[in-house]
Design a protein around this ligand. Sequence first.
Ligand SMILES: [Zn+2]
Length: 283
Amino acid sequence: MQLSVPPLPNRSFNQSCEQLFDTHCHLDLPELAAELPAFLDSAIKAGVRRILVPAVEAARWPGLLQLQQQTTSLRLELALGIHPWWAQHATETQLDTLANMVRVEAGVCAVGEIGLDFVLVQEDEEATRKLHQWQQTLFSAQLALAAKAGKPVVLHHRKSQPALLAELKRQQFSQGGILHAFSGSTAQAHAFLDLGFKLGIGGTISYERAQKTRDTVRKLPLSALVVETDAPAMPLAGFQGQVNTPAQLALVFQQLCALRTESADRLGLALWQNSLAALHLPQ
Ligand SMILES: [Zn+2]
């Protein structure tokens, strides 16, 4: 006779957290800005209590400071910087302005979103080489000004992890921060952890095809992880083609619960504390 075994509870659909920190959400981009109060409301209902908004270009820095002041329903943290996708419009003068703002604006906790994106190409090889060189110049300068101000950084990467690591080591950057949208192997993860970074875990882990990253996230020390939506980009599996929103952080959390062995409570608390530590915010 065969005994029937009760099915294991499906851990991926019943775990929640009342204190989530979305460490990467572009609230000022048009897709979210249009209906921001509604999106923030849904995020709060989903357990999101703090959001780090990383800037993408200089023209948006004053607006972000204003948004931070005006938002009272939850706490917004800011990273100011120039994203590699916006590198072409950036100027040396903006770097001076950034150095000053990072120093004097109390609401700015980090420099970001900065980094290198080697998937971006131009019409020919020479133009692409120049673009990547300019990205590198901007990244080096922003890293240096973060170090000078004693601020952590929020890093963007696409096919550029070795180049990011090389520059972090060359400058002996010691403020840490977050490697946003982590994907990769355990060895790749540890290369950044060794330099004092946390890894931003987002919707990628909801995709079956992301086996290597899911496996890495399963094995890493709990102290390595923070969560993010990268909204309005990076929709989770099942939501492709839709605008991603900060409320979806609850689903990222569920996915993480399904991969990890810790209880939801323990995981939620660690993620919150890791986020504060990575951004040098008081515990
Ligand atoms: Zn981003």
